[in-house]
Design a protein. Sequence first.
Length: 248
Amino acid sequence: MRKPIIAGNWKMNNTAEEGVALVKALKPLVEDAKCEVVVCVPAIDIPAVKKAIHGSKIKLGAQNVHFAEKGAYTGEISAKMLLEYGVKYVIIGHSERRQYFGETDETVNKRTLAALNAGLTPIVCIGESLEERENGLTEKVLDRQLREGFQGVGDFSKLVIAYEPIWAIGTGRTATAQQANDAIAYIRKRVKRLYAHSNAGRMRIQYGGSMNAKNAKELMAQPEIDGGLIGGASLKAEDFATIVHFDK
Ligand code: PGA
């Protein structure tokens, strides 16, 4: 019932030229994909990548969006600007944005609502730090992020949540399939409780954090995991295509 979604997060990698080469290599490899395939690229790569993926299965995503429609926000990009280039998805609240760029649950909430209002599909990232996990605070942190980051969302089938334990991102230390499944089950249960009558049952929840060509199959076999948000392994066409074909 929930269509799996595998999304690449290129982060600050690939010039437009490199990005085009990557999606050109990827296109033939994912043509028979049964899941949704998305690449979230640096903003400046968007026009070139849009052209390069034309006529393929691959959908275009951005890595952030501002909450205002327009105005004096130097360095920011609006939903309307993304939509003009065929962007369908946008990552919001990635832990790197929270850690290095002052993103908070409040700004995540504003960006999420703005993206939804504009018709973009937000991929909203939540997840605990290593210290929080070791102190038994995982559920408490997720609960806070769900309460504060999603206020006012009317229909959860229109967004994607990415559960990304911070200790697993870029570290090679993947959460076990069980840990990922348990946390995602908790998220779904909490959303249903906190936001009754909001289509929470149809919301898709990805796992992210050192997901790769080797472990994707096991993670994706978990009943609660509806997809993956892939950093490092999305930068190689073959690896990303292997993840996309987790069902083979
Ligand atoms: P990683 O990144 O796959 O390189 O761990 C995931 C992410 O940050 O979205």
